[in-house]
Design a protein around this ligand. Structure first.
Ligand code: NAD
Length: 232
C-alpha cells in the first residue's frame, strides 16, 4: 500500500487564527526571531522569551482545527496505506482535528523541557522565569520547542519515513527553514511523487512535481477527496 508523508507548516494553522512568521501584526512580526526563538535570546532575556511563549500558549488554547487539519485526519483514517504527518507547528491543531501519531519536529507549546537535565513534562499555561524542574529542581525550565540553531526532534524516524514514501506533500510551509525544506529532495530521491499545497509556490517550488495553490482549508479537503476517490 502506498505510504503518504505530509509535512505541514504555519500556513495550515493561519485560518484557525494562528499567525505565520510573516503575517503582519502577528506575534512573530512584533519580535525579532533572534530574540524569541534562539537559545542565545533565551539566555539574554528569559522573561521576554517566556512571555512570548506564554502568549502563544494562550492564543493556541483558544483556537479550533480547521477543515485542512480535519481532512488530513480523515486521510489517515480512510487511506488504505500509512499516512505520516510531520509538522513544524508547535500548536496541537492536528491532534485536535483527530490526527494520530503526529511527529512534532519542532516540539510543542504543550511541553516543558529542563535545559539542565533534559527532563520533559507538561507545560503550565504560564511558565515563570526560573521555574524549577520537577526532576532535578534546578530553575531551568524552558518551553519544549526547538529554536534556531538546535537540532529538530525525531529526525531519524522522519528520514526513514521519507525513504519509504510513495507520495510526499508539503502544506503551508515556506520552505525556508532547514532541514524540513530539504524533505522534498529526500522524498524524490526515494522515488516519491511530490506535491506542494500553498497560497503561492515557495522559493524551492521548482523541486515539486505538482502544485496546488490556494487556501489550505479549501485545497486540502479537495486533495484528500481526490486521493480517496482514486481507484485502488
Ligand atoms: P512560515 O511562516 O515560514 O510560512 C508559512 C507558509 O504558509 C507560507 O509559505 C505561506 O504562503 C503559507 N500560507 C499562509 N497561509 C496559508 C493558507 N491559508 N493556506 C496555505 N498556505 C498558507 O512557516 P513555516 O514554513 O512553518 O516556518 C517554519 C517555522 O515557523 C517553524 O519552525 C514553526 O515552528 C514556526 N511557526 C509555527 C506556528 C504554529 O505552530 N502554528 C506559527 C508560526 C510559526
Amino acid at each position: 500500500m502506498e505510504k503518504i508523508v505530509i509535512l505541514t507548516g504555519a500556513g495550515i494553522s493561519t485560518e484557525s487564527g494562528l499567525s505565520t512568521f510573516r503575517d503582519e501584526g502577528g506575534l512573530w512580526a512584533q519580535h525579532r526571531i533572534e530574540d524569541v526563538a534562539t537559545p542565545e535570546g533565551f539566555a539574554r532575556n528569559p522573561a521576554l522569551v517566556q512571555g512570548f511563549y506564554n502568549a502563544r500558549r494562550v492564543q493556541a488554547a483558544g483556537v479550533e482545527p480547521n477543515a485542512a487539519h480535519k481532512a488530513l485526519a480523515r486521510l489517515q483514517k480512510d487511506w488504505p496505506g500509512e499516512v505520516v504527518i510531520v509538522t513544524q507547528n508547535v500548536d496541537g491543531l492536528h491532534e485536535a482535528g483527530g490526527a494520530r501519531n503526529v511527529i512534532h519536529m519542532h516540539g510543542t507549546l504543550a511541553g516543558a523541557l529542563c535545559s539542565a537535565c533534559g527532563h520533559r513534562w507538561g507545560a503550565p499555561p504560564e511558565m515563570a522565569v526560573g521555574e524549577p524542574c520537577p526532576s532535578c529542581n534546578r530553575p531551568t525550565a524552558r518551553p519544549d520547542v526547538v529554536w534556531f540553531g538546535e537540532m529538530p526532534y525525531h529526525m531519524d524516524e522522519i528520514y526513514d519515513h521519507l525513504a519509504s514514501a510513495s507520495l510526499f506533500a508539503a502544506i503551508g510551509t515556506s520552505g525556508q527553514v532547514y532541514p524540513a525544506a530539504a524533505f522534498v529532495h529526500e522524498a524524490q530521491a526515494a522515488g516519491a511523487q511530490t506535491v506542494e499545497i500553498n497560497l503561492e509556490p515557495t522559493l524551492g517550488a521548482s523541486g515539486f512535481d505538482t502544485y496546488i495553490l490556494g487556501k489550505a482549508s479549501e485545497t486540502v479537503p479537495n486533495w484528500v477527496e481526490q486521493l480517496l476517490a482514486r481507484p485502488s
